[in-house]
Design a protein around this ligand. Structure first.
Ligand SMILES: *Cc1c(COP(=O)(O)O)cnc(C)c1O
Length: 400
């Protein structure tokens, strides 16, 4: 038997020249062909100088993204792995879960699955969490940790996690932040905002293939986790922050890394360092969000659509668009797909009544304009084909 022939340069070139700009799911997001092509490099040992150099570049690039001087943990898992790792590393005691939608509900579920006594602060879906409500809830008991989602991908609401972390700190609780659709698209300063733990996944605003998760622990949170005796800590192993902390110092991962994804990450961070500092990336996302909101507003009267989250509480990376009675999100998604673009349906209990546009990652106002034009055309088609009667305008937006 002969080994397969070495990959000729033809394949990477074919990938690198593929078109980009039609895939607007709020995760996974579209990956630039050049980043995909970077994954075709050969395997190397993960205990060796070449990998350590690759690791060091990824760590340095991600520190700029998270705005931190702490090491960034590189987990070969989806983001959920580090959500579990965060809970397991938190001090013993009850957890207050701030629930603003389906993903923060999942964070609460993870804490329960890790054996925590979980209390929930329920926020109406579509709204951001209010730090004053949180302070009141925190005063009711002695909580070890607060879980919160920065950009709630199911609703498009953005919570002020800096204020949430401050409220948690004032009550002696650690703040665990899911910023899966925040980091890389929404402004975030892990150090300056004093977040105890913040995590993201590769497949959202960083526009990488799915399969990596990145997290930053404050020095105090990491030290606390490391100091707790293993018997009472129950940190597990694969997502053990103490392991990540120890191996980060060696520029290695505790287990075999998803090496091909590290190549993609390295290529993406290099492109960001060369072409778009993180502040510019935040500004691009903000511009795409405003473009989307303006598009919705301009069609509110004609189609009965609206932005679910009220102004001032909106994520720059994802918008959930409410639909009028009689217009189902699945029909909209299908009609948009027929025009060559992929958008998301609603999520969780908002599945049928909203659709979502993921204006994040490496998209630009230009590619987004193409997507919104397809949405336009789809809505015209659906509303003139007799699919809906006259728009009665039942407003499904959340809030007052
Ligand atoms: C996508 C997403 C997750 C889940 O991430 P996985 O990578 O599927 O584990 C968690 N939280 C938020 C806010 C998300 O958008």
């Amino acid at each position: 038997m002969t080994a397969p022939a070495a990959t000729p340069d033809l394949l990477p070139n074919a990938i690198a020249e593929a078109p980009f700009g039609t895939f607007f799911l709020p995760g996974p997001t579209e990956v630039r062909p050049a980043v995909l092509a970077a994954m075709l490099r050969p395997m190397i040992p993960h205990r060796g100088a070449e990998f350590e150099a690759l690791y060091a570049r990824c760590d340095a690039g991600l520190r700029r993204v998270f705005r931190t001087e702490r090491p960034v943990y590189l987990s070969s898992s989806s983001a959920t792995g580090l959500m579990e790792g965060a809970v397991r590393a938190a001090p013993a005691g009850p957890v207050l879960a701030v629930v603003t939608g389906a993903f923060s509900e999942r964070f609460a579920d993870i804490a329960r699955a890790c054996g925590r006594d979980v209390r929930v602060l329920d926020v109406p879906w579509g709204r951001a969490a209010d730090p004053d409500d949180l302070a009141r809830a925190l005063a009711a008991d002695r909580f070890a940790a607060v879980t919160v989602v920065h950009s709630e991908t199911s609703t498009g609401a953005l919570t002020d996690v800096r204020a949430v972390a401050a409220a948690a700190r004032a009550h002696g609780a650690a703040c665990l932040v899911d910023s899966v659709t925040g980091v890389g698209g929404a402004e975030l300063h892990a150090d300056a905002w004093q977040l105890d733990f913040v995590l993201t996944g590769s497949q959202k605003a960083l526009a990488l293939p799915a399969g990596l998760a990145f997290g930053v622990a404050s020095a105090a949170f990491a030290a606390g986790a490391v100091a707790r005796p293993a018997a009472e800590a129950a940190r597990g192993r694969y997502f053990d922050l103490a392991e990540f902390e120890a191996y980060a110092a060696k520029r290695q991962t505790p287990n075999t890394p998803a090496l091909s994804l590290f190549y993609a990450l390295d290529a993406q961070l290099a492109a960001m360092a060369d072409g778009e500092p993180i502040e510019a990336r935040w500004a691009r996302h903000r511009a795409m969000a405003e473009q989307t909101w303006a598009w919705v507003d301009a069609r509110a009267a004609r189609f009965g659509v609206g932005v679910l989250a009220p102004a001032g509480e909106r994520s720059p990376t994802v918008t959930a668009v409410t639909l009028p009675e009689g217009l189902d999100s699945a029909a909209v998604v299908r009609a948009v797909a027929a025009r060559g673009y992929t958008i998301g349906s609603g999520y969780g209990r908002l599945k049928a009544t909203t659709f979502r546009v993921g204006h994040m990652g490496d998209h630009t106002p230009e590619t987004l304009a193409g997507c919104l034009a397809a949405c336009d055309d789809a809505l015209v088609g659906l509303t003139t084909a007799g699919a809906v009667g006259p728009v009665v305008g039942r407003d499904r937006r959340a809030g007052p």
